[in-house]
Design a protein around this ligand. Structure first.
Ligand code: PXG
Length: 460
């Protein structure tokens, strides 16, 4: 069987990439001058590039390869499903076994009365679905004016126009504009924005901004609040314990739907099946994607409460859907992924083995002279790089230190992401203590080298 593999010299692949492939979230001219790393294969938690270099993948791809690379069962299920029924839609009074089985499985796994599933192909699409769903829900209740969605600055909810408007990344809003009736409040980022406030006090303060925003807009105009249990792309912002209970109280008190964007937190990342369980959130809708199929195939799902689903059903047609909503091959692969997750107790492995082991070692990195804070929950963690630990100061040329560190990580065989000057990890959930040891060693080595570089540049 022909595979597109390492069949050309790396430089030739890079030249074709530069000539024809437009990369996401990338300065194309800068990348083309450098040339992209060509990743050709992967197994377990390890990646291999076209030059034969190996990297420990501290990012699980892009927060998604939860069961690790190389699980042949998923490939076999995909092939079998393609042979039996490669495609059919679910629009016109039809359905098919994989989509039904996956919807029922998600209803079983999701907390509370989240029993109904609308499928999409990406987290962005699922969040676009959510915008239309919550607005349609309130219109079907006779409240069409209840349509504003409140989100947070520095949130990431995707890249379609709707999802990027929900997100709080100003650089994205500046390119292509925003859909109307979406507003943003400040995030619960204690390290970066807490100042002299105690973390719990700060968490309450930031949660109460939601109540103030609802009052400003008028409760009768607000449809929903959307938030990630832990902001992922925003740099693993773990809210103080006081934050989520207060958000829940405010949503309940003001009849505002709560959307938990679980695209990163879902399927075991925080040590429970869903981040909502880790933080005691009872959402009306959960957005899921990534770990749903461990990234082996694109699929996403909005998991919806009885109340919202019944409300929608009373509204006549929901004029929404994608050609590939509930694609049979994607559903079959996601089901197989969830079967493996359950049979191998991968969430239990995170909670009882991998996360406690990582936590002990990761938090110690805060002793490094370059690190202002080390934080983690489950298998997601962040390190704040700073020129001054005592004052939590930021580097003047924000982002440069992070890029130096990221390069040292790559050179040392570790994929660790930089968001500005915050280093981030979210390894595959199957990572073992024996694999966490080299992750920590390589991260420490990269921090040492970054520190030396910054000293030499006079930035510390
Ligand atoms: N919600 C959340 C919380 C996400 O993290 C999306 C929605 C959108 O999902 P799709 O499948 O449309 O990409 C995401 C995606 C990064 C990075 O740099 C993070 C994401 C995507 C791309 C880059 O950390 N998260």
């Amino acid at each position: 069987m022909p595979l597109i593999d390492n069949h050309m010299p790396s430089a030739d692949i890079q030249a074709l990439d530069a000539a024809h492939h437009m990369h996401p979230f990338t300065d194309g001219a800068a990348l083309n001058a450098l040339g992209a790393r060509v990743i050709t294969r992967a197994d377990g938690v390890m990646l291999t590039d076209s030059e034969g270099n190996e990297y420990l993948d501290g990012m699980a791809g892009l927060w998604c390869v939860n069961i690790g690379y190389g699980r042949k069962e998923l490939a076999q299920v995909a092939a079998a499903q393609m042979e039996q029924l490669p495609y059919y839609n679910t629009f016109f009074q039809t359905t098919h076994p994989p989509v039904v089985a996956l919807a029922a499985k998600l209803a079983e796994l999701a907390p509370g009365d989240l029993n109904h599933v609308f499928f999409a192909n990406s987290g962005s699409e699922a969040n676009d679905t959510n915008i239309r769903m919550v607005r349609h829900y309130w219109a079907a209740q006779g409240k069409p004016e209840k349509k504003v969605i409140i989100s947070r600055k520095n949130a990431y909810h995707g890249s379609t126009l709707g999802a990027s408007s929900l997100g709080g990344m100003s650089g994205m809003h500046a390119q292509g504009g925003m859909v109307p009736d979406i507003t943003h409040i400040d995030q619960p980022y204690w390290y970066g924005e807490g100042g002299d406030m105690d973390a719990e006090e700060f968490g309450l303060h930031r949660a109460r901004l939601l109540e103030a925003e609802i009052a400003r807009l008028g409760e009768e105009n607000v449809a929903a609040f959307i938030a990630e249990p832990v902001q992922g792309a925003g740099a693993v912002i773990i809210p103080p314990a006081s934050y989520w209970p207060e958000i829940q109280r405010i949503c309940d008190a003001h009849d505002i739907l709560l959307i938990a964007d679980e695209v990163i937190c879902g399927f075991g990342r925080t040590g429970n099946w869903f981040g909502s369980q880790t933080f005691g959130i009872q959402p009306d809708i959960m957005t899921t994607a990534k770990g749903l199929s461990s990234g082996y195939i694109p699929i996403a799902a909005s998991i919806v409460s009885d109340k919202v689903a019944e409300g929608i059903n009373h509204g006549g047609d929901f004029n929404h859907g994608y050609t590939y909503s509930g694609h049979p091959v994607a559903c079959a692969v996601a089901l197989e992924n969830l079967r493996i997750m359950q049979e191998e107790n991968i969430v239990g492995h995170v909670a009882d083995v991998a996360a406690p082991y990582l936590r002990e070692k990761w938090l110690k990195l805060a002793d490094h002279p370059l690190v202002g804070e080390a934080r983690c929950v489950g298998l997601m963690g962040a390190l704040e790089l700073t020129p001054n630990k005592a004052t939590r100061a930021k580097f003047e040329d924000g982002g440069a230190a992070g890029l130096i560190c990221r390069t040292h990580c790559f050179d040392g065989g570790l994929v660790m992401r930089a968001t500005g000057d915050t280093m981030i990890i979210a390894p595959p959930l199957v990572i073992t203590p024996a694999e966490i040891d080299p992750l920590i060693e390589r991260a420490t080595d990269a921090l040492d080298k970054t520190y030396a570089d910054l000293k030499a540049q006079g930035k510390i």
